[in-house]
Each structure stands twice: as C-alpha cells, then as structure tokens.
Design a protein around this ligand. Sequence first.
Ligand code: PAF
Length: 285
Amino acid sequence: MQIFEDILTIQTRTKELKASGKKIGFVPTMGYLHEGHIELIKRARDENDVVILSIFINPLQFGDNEDLDNYPKDRENDLIKAKEHGVDFVFYPTEKVMYPEPMSLSISVTKRTNVLCGRSRPGHFEGVVTVLTKLFNICQPDKAYFGQKDAQQVAVVDSLIRDFNFPIELVSVPTVREADGLAKSSRNVNLSAEERTEAPSIYEALKFGHSLTEKGEQNPLDIIKQTRQFLENKTRGKIDYIELLSYPELETVDSVNGQVILAAAVKYSKARLIDNLVFETSQHA
Ligand code: PAF
C-alpha cells in the first residue's frame, strides 16, 4: 500500500493506471475508519483493479458551530485498516495541500439541499461537492463509493456527477449498523454512555414510521408526527429534523407513494447523528 500526500504524484500515477486500462475504485472518507467505511472498501476491492482511499477532514463542509475540532482522528489505525482490507493507495493530504489558498471559484448546490441536513447545515453540501470535485479530478476513479447512511450526500453526489458529466459511476452501499441498530458513524465515540444507550432509538423510530406506511398510512405529516412522538419518548437528544421526502429528488410529497426517504437527525451533547430508511411504497386504489 502506498501513501500519497501530494496531488501531483498521485494524479500522475492515476493517469498512468487509466492509460493502461486499469479500473479505479475510489472511497472518499474523513478517516477514523469504522465498519461502514470497511464495507465501502470491500465493495471497491471486489469491483476494481485498484482501490484508492482518501482521508481528509474537509474544513469547507463544517459550519462555525460544528464539530470540526472534535472530529476524531487516528492516522495509524486508519492506515492499518486500509492495508488489511487491500487498499492500494491512500491519499492523505493536509489542508495546505488541498487548499493552498482560498478558492477563487465556488459551486452552489441548488437542488436536493434545502431539506434534511442541508437546511440545518448551510454551506455543508457546497463544501462536500467542492472537495469531491477536486478529489475526483485527482484520483480519476471509474467508480466512487458512498454510504447510504448519508442519503442526502448520495443524492447530491448523484447530481454532481450528472450535472458536471464526471465519467464516474456512483455506488451507494447500505448502512452498516451496530448489533442494537445504531448506524455506524465516526461520531458515535463522542456519545456519553447514557446517550449511547438511547441513540439506537433513532433507527427504531424510523422503522416505526415505515411500519405505519405498511399499515396503510399515507399522510406524510401524520407519519412524521408519530415518528417524532415515538423518538421523543425514547431519547433526550434534541431532534433536529424528521422528514419524509421523495428519493433521490428530495422533494416534499403530499402522499407517500413511490420511492421515499424517512430521515432523522438528533443532536446529542457532542455528536449530531443522522439515519434514514429509503423504501418503496405503492398506493392501493
Ligand atoms: O462522507 C464523508 O466522509 C465526506 O462528506 C466526504 C464524502 C469524504 C467528503 O469530504
């Protein structure tokens, strides 16, 4: 496994690989790798000749009051895990390397963003698409792997790839969960012991909301209200949002029909957790 810290060296290498017909699978991360990331790496390993993992905590996607300073880091362990799971190249740039000077261009995300995390994290998805545009140009992947836990990110990356014609296939990999259902996240380590026991209720609430649709409930507002009540009874975390939208368009729906996402974000003292369920429904006459 090779570690690259500067752009030109890895970009030259990826150009050579592409010229020799190799398929590149790319897993962009902010490090502190957990089983969710490992799933992405395994999928990339199975489907490509070369696997590139990037580890970069992108300051552009954090707001002023967000957890950039608390974001966990463990370079040594990340590199061990990457090697263990067959990563070929790790791109590990510093902030200075990625942003040697303030950007003179910015990308604005105009759809799929004024809802869910986009609403409570202004500028977040602009930061994500900016760093991904750079990383895609640097790593030149054929396929890029993202976790479905960040379903809105998947929807926005889908727009990025299509709007800007990146010759990249987006692969969305199902959420990996702890035994009690909590979605794996690098942020889970920032939960107190008490918060950790309550946090699986986020997924329970989403499953409860989904079960209402299976029983024939079609009114999104009722589903959201009941899901919220369920969750409020189970956790003292502050509910940032519970939303039910079409997926991947992320538009409000009058009635639950077709592919939808039921998503929640909950703020704990030092971690904001998100989770979602995407499911198909069809209205019966
Ligand atoms: O999902 C993440 O970890 C980040 O948003 C990403 C895709 C690596 C961009 O910084």
